[in-house]
Design a protein around this ligand. Structure first.
Ligand code: XMP
Length: 599
């Protein structure tokens, strides 16, 4: 137990660990505790935060807390599900109601945050939401502190009791004043003054690697992405040459020129001579034949990486005790449902497939960055002196283009139909019969896609995108038509399409156009990531491309990036001219409700 720390009770939220990270950023210690923690176990804590979670308080197996916690003389802050649980335990009503996913505008009841929780924040502020239930009535003695257009009790509090609840997520980067709110809670309300400095982060990481590896050889997968390269660089610094083997697997699912680019980037970082490259493209593409479901693709790819590791090690005569090194970061674990009992699976990251989890249980995996988020990994990379060309690259997922090439099973095309939803006079929405992965209310959804046609007015498109997903259970993602042969979206159809080398090659060309244009125009750093997705939506016998530029800090929340119209025109026009591409769309959904990748 720590002194003057904040206790965070984990109710299964996607962002629970991030609450601890934000507190760490502002010099406040915290500890994550399970919901089973008893009221008598909070000695030395200055306050308690209840995290979000995927369930509804009225479900029979919903996580709850020891009621005695409410009688402790300790400040309490409930976030999202934690807010609803507080209300429920205090006798107020919580019900399924109009959902809010992503951006919302919070209006404070008092002018310019006079309440301690909202001190020094403006009376109108952008917050990030992810909920379908809401608090419908106030517990006795509580007052409403803030509201949004569709949530009347978006924050409540009882300042005398020092108990507060907020429906939004102050811990995510997209909530503009979230850190200030957490700082107000920790310092003004809980009175925490302790200051924790991150000192010698790299030295600590190096010594952890040496301790964990001891004398065992480490087999490291390097993909060329930021995480694995930073993790590999740490291992290369920590371990002698003969104890570390770096392997890059060309899965056949990489971007154009990726293998050569990686080789030169690693040479630049002084790591090139510690890496072997294996071409396993036939293996990966072969195993994905006839696979349509995203989770199936992901688990097959994860398993193949482990198979490749075993094969490579036996070819090299590495036997006995060894470790698998990976650049796993915290979001990979939480999204794969591996963070705690109540955490939902959103998507299985390749480094969290069953085979890897088994190796972890056997103590055979080393992941120096597993507690970090992407922005922290970039900082560690900079501290290691790695070039910006490596640390600031767009993230690229381990399963590569396979999860950006949407596959549809069946024998017959499916029609695109009017969605029957009024989006205003200039816009028309249609329902596209394909599904993609979303994260809504801290749980996974696999829902349909809406497409809209109308002027490229980002403000209106953003609100149409939010409305369609908040009000309809059918969609978790919305795209806007940009260019191509679709005069009328309902003239299109979704055609059955398996994963194939040819489709991957087409996607690779479209992806290349995006990268080159963004780099040539000096705009690559203006977006956090820019996935390009191939979707079998046909208007003239071909397929469609969806552009997915996003802004984010850590990949846990995201908003679609509003690129200059001229760039978008140029990219969409060039891609629409590719043989086999009929139309180009722009993904206008935040995370939540959609995830960044489609699968
Ligand atoms: P989502 O799609 O979950 O993505 O919003 C968040 C970030 O994670 C990346 N991502 C992965 N990275 N292995 C990885 O190494 C994976 O299996 C994987 N799946 C998603 C994604 O590209 C984004 O940056």
């Amino acid at each position: 137990m720590q002194r003057a720390a904040i206790a965070i009770i984990d109710l299964g939220g996607q962002y629970c660990h991030m609450i601890g990270r934000r507190l760490r950023d502002i010099g406040v210690s915290s500890e994550i505790l399970p919901p089973s923690v008893r009221a008598g176990e909070f000695e030395g804590f200055a306050g308690i935060i209840l995290s979000g979670g995927p369930q509804s308080v009225y479900e029979s197996d919903a996580p709850s807390i020891d009621r005695g916690i409410l009688d402790l003389d300790l400040p309490l802050l409930g976030i999202c599900y934690g807010h609803q649980l507080l209300a429920h335990l205090l006798g107020a009503d919580v019900r399924a109601s109009s959902a809010e996913y992503g951006h919302a505008v919070l209006q404070l009841r008092q002018e310019r945050g006079e309440d301690a929780l909202f001190a020094a924040t403006p009376s109108s502020q952008a917050v990030w939401m992810s909920h379908a239930d809401r608090v419908e009535s106030l517990p006795g003695g509580f007052e409403i502190l803030a509201e949004t257009s569709s949530c009347a009790i978006a924050a409540f509090g009882n300042p005398q009791r020092r108990v507060y609840g907020v429906q939004f997520h102050p811990e995510v980067a997209h909530t503009l004043y979230g850190i200030r709110l957490l700082n107000n809670f920790a310092r003004k309300i809980c009175g925490v003054h302790a200051h924790e400095h991150v000192k010698d982060r790299v030295e600590n990481l190096l010594s952890d690697i040496r301790k964990k590896a001891a004398s065992r050889p480490v087999f490291f997968f390097v993909s060329g992405g930021v995480d694995s390269t930073v993790a590999f660089s740490l291992a290369a610094r920590a371990l002698p040459r003969n104890q570390l083997l770096g392997v890059y697997v060309d899965t056949g699912l990489m971007r154009k020129g990726e293998t050569q680019e990686l080789r030169s980037l690693l040479d630049e970082a002084g790591l090139g001579n510690r890496l072997r490259i294996r071409d396993e493209s036939s293996l990966f593409l072969g195993a994905l034949q006839g696979i349509f479901e995203p989770e199936e693709k992901r688990t097959i790819i994860g398993k193949l990486f482990v198979d490749v590791q075993h094969r490579a090690m036996s070819e090299l005569g590495i036997g006995g005790e060894w470790l698998l090194g990976q650049g796993t970061i915290y979001p990979d674990t939480v999204e794969s449902g591996g963070a705690g009992k109540a955490t939902a699976l959103i998507k299985t990251h390749h480094n969290r497939c069953a085979e890897v989890r088994e190796l972890i249980e056997q103590g055979k995996v080393i992941e120096p960055l597993s507690e970090f988020y992407k922005d922290e990994v970039r900082q560690v990379g900079a501290e290691l002196g790695l070039p910006k060309s490596l640390t600031e690259r767009w993230p690229f997922p381990g399963p590569g283009l396979a999860i950006r090439c949407l596959c549809v099973d069946g024998t017959r095309p499916k029609p695109i139909e009017d969605a029957g939803i009024d989006c205003g006079s200039d816009y028309r929405a249609v329902s596209v019969p394909v599904r993609s992965v979303g994260v809504q209310g801290d749980g996974r959804t696999y829902r349909g896609v809406a497409a809209v046609q109308g002027p490229l007015d980002y403000g209106r498109l953003a609100s149409i995108g939010s409305e369609l997903c908040n009000k309809s259970q059918t969609f978790n993602r919305v795209v806007a038509y940009l260019a191509g042969a679709a005069n009328e979206l309902t003239s299109g159809r979704v055609t059955p399409a398996p994963l194939s080398k040819e489709r991957i090659a087409l996607l690779r060309e479209a992806d290349h156009i995006v990268r080159v244009t963004m780099e040539e125009r000096g705009l690559a750093a203006s977006v956090w990531q820019f996935p390009v997705i191939l979707v079998p939506v046909s208007f003239a016998g071909g397929e469609s491309i969806v552009l997915r530029p996003v802004n984010s800090q850590d990949g846990m929340t995201a908003s679609f990036a509003r690129l200059p119209e001229s760039i978008l025109d140029s990219i969409a026009g060039e891609i629409a001219d590719l043989p086999g591409i009929d139309a180009v769309f722009l993904d206008i959904t935040g995370k939540p409700p959609a995830t960044i990748e489609w699968e």
